[in-house]
Design a protein around this ligand. Structure first.
Ligand code: SF4
Length: 76
């Protein structure tokens, strides 16, 4: 897996909208901050404004791929 530098992250989130949310992969439901551009998720991280200033585990960090899965369900 390639490491991503801080400057690459800054470039990814430039011009994006920050949306607070929670990770729903496991029962901990960690607070998250999702960066969206043109209705597409470009970056996900722990929400630094949350009371517990959470970080995310590796499953939570890779959750960005769930939103990009072409086989994702959009209806119940
Ligand atoms: S970030 Fe990790 S620990 Fe937190 S809810 Fe998601 S999967 Fe669970």
């Amino acid at each position: 897996m390639n490491q991503i530098s801080t400057s690459e992250i800054i470039n990814q989130v430039r011009g994006t909208k920050s949306v607070p949310g929670v990770c729903i992969i496991c029962p901990w439901h960690c607070p998250t901050e999702v960066f969206v551009r043109d209705n597409k998720v470009v970056y996900v991280r722990g929400n630094e404004n949350a009371p517990n200033k959470t970080t995310r585990c590796v499953k939570g960090v890779s959750s960005i791929h769930l939103s990009r899965d072409p086989d994702r369900f959009f209806i119940p």
